[in-house]
Design a protein around this ligand. Sequence first.
Ligand code: C2E
Ligand code: SIN
Ligand code: SIN
Ligand code: FE
Length: 521
Amino acid sequence: MATDAKILVVDDEVVIRELMTDILIDEGYEVESAPNGREALKLIQSNPDFVVLFTDIMMPEMDGIQLIREARKISPNLVPIVMTGYATLESARAAVKEGAYDYVVKPFNLSEIKLAVSNALERCRLTSENTRLREITDLFNISEKIASIRDEDELLDYILDAALSRVDAEAGSVMVVSEDGELLKVVRSRGLNAENHNMVVRREGSISGWVAENVQPLIIGEPGQELQLGTLRRKFQGGTFISVPLERKTNAMDPMMLKSEGLPRVVAVLNATGKRNGGRFTDTDLKALSIVANHAAAAMENVRLISDIEENQREVVYTLGEIVETRSKETGQHVKRVAEYSRLLGVLHGLNNSEADVLRMASPLHDVGKVGIPDEILNKPGKLTPEEFEVMKTHAQLGFDMLKNSKGVVLRTAAIVAHEHQEKFNGSGYPRGLSGEDIHIYGRITGLADVFDALGSERVYKKAWPLEKILDFFREQRGEHFDPRLVDLFFEHLDSFLEIRGAYPETGEEETAPLEPAVEA
Ligand code: C2E
Ligand code: SIN
Ligand code: SIN
Ligand code: FE
């Protein structure tokens, strides 16, 4: 540690500066010195690797305590030690209270200085280890959370809040780059004036635009710093500022690749400003923000990819559902009702909303296996023979085989529903004769929804049953065909089920129902 440790000595008396410098150089340290606080701060600003600061207390312009305060804003891990004569021992103690780590007394005692430096370095090592550990844990937690968010709005909010709190910034924004790369629009902001909430800036002439175009982060460490960015030359108006690009992720496996051709490389820019407590942003802040931005960019891409996949899945589900309906001459209203009954039963049973929504999307595929059943059996006007019914029963396994290798949540759910909707609670169903809670809850739910709807509908082989007969059947089959808990929920919320039934009437009924009452003058 001693060899690469850099020490700064600040004293208005040249003799003291030289003496201290000699002592420390003899000990193998790299040393610089300054005659006053102003010079010292300049050195610290341009030299982030000072680890120890020796400073006099009583100095013209800026005293040692003030210097320590300012120095730690620039370099928080710098370990300050004050140098003092006996006359000011009291103020040395005060300095320690104000944040100095230690003090040494003039005239100097060599071993005292050696000890102070080695203590300071040890302290510095521990602090930087702690800081590093905290940083890594923080960033790990942030990236884990970012990866778990599926909603773009929620993601933007989280990214901005996490980034700002990570670097202790009071204000900031996320700006999204337009597809032609020419404009940047604020889509999320914190702590900005109202007129900046939806601000749009041109790429050319703006700082964020420069960051986006050059795919490079930017840090303004000094308030009022003069900037020369390509053709952009200006004084930065605000205080200290960091801006980092969110770079588009593309790889050969990415099905979005085609779409991303010709789009700007940077999707968005993350800005932070107003370091808390009047401090300045450091390279460590820039690094942390860049890591957040990197995870954020990947997550934004994923969220967009997932919503594309979901849209595709919905289309597949819808198309398959239509094929099933057409083949089995059932009405489109049947699958819609089964979907809504399933979602409702799901919610009543305690599934969370997103799971219940997935079940609503998946349940119309419960009979998808019927596409593999010969027409003369599927659409036979009368009762099936036992042999025909055996063929008919294969539809559950067929449906499962069609869907079982799906990757998406909706189709995987549909696979379960297709497989298990014909099982019965008492174990007398098919294809596997599962019973009780061995039957997946999705299977139990859609199984009940399907029968409720089938009984109330006309089929090629049967008439629609009146409601009272259907309800008697459910009472009788409670715990036999059906999960008793689901039957109870069904009866407790019968009104809601009947409401759904009314909302999706058979086409025939729709046609006969007068759309508008005839009004005679
Ligand atoms: P589906 O028409 O969608 O009927 C689904 C389930 O509702 C049936 O499963 C059964 O549990 C119940 N269900 C429907 N109608 C009646 C009924 O009149 N009485 C009673 N007690 N339950 C009824 P299941 O029985 O395993 O049948 C599966 C599929 O096999 C039916 O789907 C239908 O497509 C076909 N199917 C069943 N029986 C016949 C039949 O006699 N003739 C024809 N053509 N097809 C039949
Ligand atoms: C920007 O990020 O470009 C807006 C801030 C500024 O240009 O001063
Ligand atoms: C998800 O995984 O959250 C999306 C569910 C789906 O595939 O629709
Ligand atoms: Fe079925």
